[in-house]
Design a protein around this ligand. Structure first.
Ligand SMILES: [Zn+2]
Length: 71
C-alpha cells in the first residue's frame, strides 16, 4: 500500500495543463505562437512555479535552481 502514489495520480488528473521546466524565475509566455498563441506576457515564478493566465501552461523551476526572490 503506497498512499503517496494515489496522491500523485489524483494531482495529475487535476492538472492537465502542459508543464514546462525553466531555469529562470522570470519567463515570457506567448502560448507557443501560431493559432494557439497569445500576447506575450511575463510571469514571475512563485514557490518554484507559475501558471500562464492565457494558455494555462504551468512553468516549473528546474531542480537545483535556487529561488532568490525572497532575498
Ligand atoms: Zn501562455
Amino acid at each position: 500500500m503506497i498512499m503517496s502514489t494515489d496522491a500523485e495520480v489524483s494531482k495529475n488528473i487535476l492538472e492537465p495543463s502542459e508543464r514546462i521546466e525553466v531555469n529562470t524565475l522570470t519567463i515570457a509566455c506567448d502560448g507557443g505562437g501560431g493559432a494557439l498563441g497569445h500576447p506575450r506576457v511575463f510571469l514571475t515564478l512563485k514557490d518554484g512555479q507559475a501558471e500562464c493566465g492565457y494558455c494555462g501552461r504551468r512553468y516549473i523551476l528546474k531542480a537545483g535552481i535556487i529561488d532568490r526572490t525572497g532575498l
